[in-house]
Design a protein around this ligand. Sequence first.
Ligand code: GLA
Length: 503
Amino acid sequence: MACRRAAALGRLLVIAAALALRAPALASGLSGAWRMDEPKDSGVVLHTIIILRQSGVATEATVMPNCAVEIPVRDVRVEGGDLVFAIADWGWSFRVRPEGADLRVILSYDRGKTEVVRIAKPATAADMQLPAAAAPPALRELPANGLAATPPMGWNSWNHFSEAVDDRVIRETADAMVASGMAAAGYTYVNIDDTWELGRDAQGSIVANRKFPDMRALAAYVHGRGLKLGIYSSPGPATCGGYEGSYGHEEQDARTYAAWGIDYLKYDWCSASRVYPPAQVRAVYQRMGSALQACGRPIVYSLCEYGMGDVWTWGPAAGANLWRTTGDIQDNWDSMCANGFSQDRLARYAAPGHWNDPDMLEVGNGGMSPAEYRTHFSLWCMLAAPLIAGNDLRAMSRDTREILTNREAIAVDQDPLGRQGSVISRRGGVEIWTKAMSGGARALAVFNRNADDREVSLAWSDIGMASKPSALRDLWRHADLVAAGRGYSGRVPGHGVTLLLVR
Ligand code: GLA
């Protein structure tokens, strides 16, 4: 569905269309453009285009996974008569061979968890067709929408459920958010990520697939629990998952979201890269920003374009409340560190109403230890990052619940001053960060990125204090400490953190 309206970047389209026409004649070869359909339980059929160019023994490949982006694949090799290649960033790998006039594809995705065998057919020029590029609006500065005075708090389906999200999961998550104490701790938004879309009706209105039979009723259910409902789309023709995007329907979609009772939109670039040049990214986001401001309902606007074009410098002007600053987080220590510890240089762009977003939380998803998840959560709080949980709230361990509902850590994140913390020292894998808070207080985090425990000492003067603080509190042990005269010293466990409030 999604790719049927996607137009290629001119040059590639020409090459691909030419190859497509030749493909059937090359029954014994692999060169050509191939279309692989992927039917989903939701009633949606996704399309992936594989373009192969054989020349001598070498083969080049370009893949459009879910018709979302065009990815040239470098490491194409022959293994046991199959052509094998992978898209590392997506966690997809392909094993293909000719079968009659078609291509037999073994696709492994979900980082190896799912494997399917599909027959890819020669793609036609129509399969590769993208819509005519719409002229983006002239740049202007949108007014602030008055939302997200502190970083948004909530939950999003993607990190844990991926495409297995449906109406029931959302309702049960809303219930669990209340029952677990998360709502009382400040979590409000229950956000549906990608894979809810079906297509458009005769009037061009977006329609949800059968996983979401009644969005209006779902919003009413979530609102009935005192919570808010979020949704996801793309400025391109297809989302990253290959579902219907908002391209050409931006104002109409904003009105539909308002009519359903939606309170938050995550807007994910993906296939927009196939229709707009990178220089138009701000104008494209501004278009939906204006549409949301005109739709008659307050909707938090979350940009997801992975930091392209220094989004932090123009996000507020495009009407955004938050913007992703990195690629996708994964549920492991290295990924979390790469996303979180790289945010220092962006500190000055965070302010009430406008937040840097190093991606959603992985706390409780199982890939890190409790100590590592405490580090993850503390770092996000120091960064005044949105706290969007990404685990299964219906089945949380005690550790997970205690981390996500640590109100003293949350108060650091949600401090009304709205300052993002920054690093004051990085030495031997130990990072010391401070965050200015209202009333002259400050948060102090000592992160140990080493695998083994470290003794860490710092002088009060290191954090700009002339004398010892009058109050010192450990925000994970929930205990007041006696401040020593010269400074703080303590043992920080491997991959762990000490999070302190200093007054
Ligand atoms: C992109 C985003 C993710 C998620 C997926 C859904 O990768 O960065 O957060 O929304 O798309 O397809």
